[in-house]
Ligand binder design. Structure first.
Ligand SMILES: C[S@@+](CC[C@H](N)C(=O)[O-])C[C@H]1O[C@@H](n2cnc3c(N)ncnc32)[C@H](O)[C@@H]1O
Length: 292
């Protein structure tokens, strides 16, 4: 009787052991090859480190690798930069391999791999997106990337986003590009602020800004108390906008106004410096979008 029970146990265990690979294979069902937008070609490790360095990845980041292959980008992000994240790939076998590799690297808790189409993936939670995709695929993704939260960093191995110029590039071994998703600032903005006058009494002023925008490149003009003024040296990085307007109301006491602000929807708030050196004064400003 004991022998029979023992044999039964062995048979059941063996049965499960045989079933397991079948189950795993069922989970790993491969989609037809035509569904793949890009073939699997792994990024060399030194290039991955360059990409993550370029994006300034920290433990506060949530990295998403779109088309994660064997998981090496995310595993490196977790292991060397302390980040968390998700990788998606259509290839179930690569996803299974990634899950195993993450566990072996001791970062199984920090990174997840899903068998999923990158175009059907919610990417809104990413603070950093990594890609090694083809130019046509990048262009299909571009509108989705542009709609991410301003400040989200995008890094790509080898391929660019057409006429959206990168914010930074590295060329160590391979080309890698960084873009910082810009806030939407095009349109007309009204701002009011006070400045000390020649007799130190505060006087109210207004500036109307008209900004044009091509991705992170911004230019435009302004009206300072109704008079035409040029907008100089504008820079947009994520939600941070800076520019200079010359206060030339009094030709004998001209000064540059160095504006810095943070864009949040239809409001920009920050401070500006008037002048330089020991004549410099600092003031607050707030602009509200008047028209798109
Ligand atoms: C060039 S490899 C990059 C792998 C990895 N990111 C790296 O840099 O080492 C591109 C990956 O995208 C996957 N892929 C292709 N089309 C996809 C899609 N529509 N959705 C998700 N993954 C896809 C492929 O299976 C492949 O593993």
């Amino acid at each position: 009787m004991r022998k029979i029970l023992f044999l039964k146990t062995i048979l059941i265990t063996a049965g499960f052991a045989l079933l397991l690979p079948l189950q795993a294979r069922a989970q790993l069902a491969q989609p037809p090859h035509w569904q793949f937008d890009v073939p699997f070609v792994p990024t060399p490790y030194v290039v991955i480190e360059e990409m993550l360095r370029l994006a300034n990845v920290t433990p506060q980041d949530f990295v998403m690798d779109l088309g994660s292959g064997d998981g090496r980008v995310l595993i490196t992000a977790a292991k060397k930069f302390g980040a968390r994240g998700i990788g998606v790939d259509l290839d179930g076998e690569l996803v299974a391999e990634s899950i195993e590799a993450a566990a072996a690297a001791g970062v199984g808790e920090r990174v997840k791999f899903l068998q999923q189409d990158l175009f059907k993936t919610d990417i809104s939670q990413a603070t950093v997106i990594t890609m090694y995709l083809l130019p046509g695929v990048m262009m299909r993704l571009r509108p989705l990337l542009l709609n991410l939260k301003p400040g989200t960093r995008l890094v790509s191995h080898d391929f660019r986003l057409d006429d959206w110029n990168p914010d930074a590039t590295t060329q160590i071994r391979k080309n890698a590009f960084l873009w910082i998703v810009p806030a939407k600032v095009a349109g007309k903005w009204d701002m009011k602020f006070t400045l000390p006058g020649a007799d130190s009494s505060a006087s109210a002023h207004s500036i109307t800004l008209e900004l044009r925008q091509k991705f992170q490149e911004v230019d435009g003009f302004a009206r300072f108390d109704g008079r035409h003024a040029q907008v100089w040296g504008s820079r947009l990085s994520g939600d941070r906008l800076s520019f200079v307007i010359v206060d030339d109301r009094d030709r004998d006491h001209e000064a540059s106004l160095y504006f810095e602000g943070r864009v949040s929807g239809d409001v920009i708030e920050g401070s500006f410096r008037r002048g330089t050196g020991n004549t410099q004064t600092v003031h607050g400003w707030r602009a509200v979008r008047a028209a798109p």
